[in-house]
Design a protein around this ligand. Sequence first.
Ligand SMILES: [Zn+2]
Length: 259
Amino acid sequence: MLPACPTPCIEFRPPPAHCRAMNTSWNTILLAALGALWMTVAAHARPERTSVKQPDPGSVSRTTERQMPAIRVWVIDSVRLEEKTLAAALNKAQVIFGDAGVRVLWTRCPAQANQAELNVCQPDDTSKLFLRIVRQPAIGFGSRHALGQAFSGEAGSQYATIFHDRVLAMVASRKPGSEALVLGHVIAHELGHLLLGTSAHSSFGLMAAGWSAADLERAPAGLLEFSSAEAATIRAAVIRRNIAAGASGGSEAATSRAH
Ligand SMILES: [Zn+2]
């Protein structure tokens, strides 16, 4: 599991203008916790996937989608995004995970609700995954560039937090696409950390510490995604979670439905 992370562990760090096309000079940490052989597979699989990838989200058949292991994520939107923006962002993240062979089931936590509804969205000891969208990081947050953060809470719940104002600033300055497009990728990145069980980054692609101009150019076509190795690790993690939930009396995978 991802250890508690007292310092910012997830960041989008825009490179200086003169080196935006030189992402290979960035930190080359490749999911060290998963092993050197695993990393070699990832490095070689990515170009192949890119060359044959079809950006159409509909490429995943309904039959295939039903067979995917499912993971539920509880969504707390403190910013109160416009509904169409939030829906599009969640859908983008869902497509990215779908391409990795995982079905994401979103549960929206209402901003104002009765106590029973709020209780559903409370952290507990079942390794709940929370997606939180906030305007800014907390005072004292250690990175000026991070678009989000992922960490494990003390009670076992895990949190992917998105800093919306920073996402908007990034969209305005680098113009990679719509707000929803970028939000969806940041959401997938942060949740990716939680499911990969590591705060490490790849040297390029969705799980890079910073997206290069080339990475961002792939995003609108649906090509900024998890590597084959990352996808396999995420699927395995979701299956393990569902088995553990079943063993403890849960029935998440069998009863959950999208939206
Ligand atoms: Zn990260």
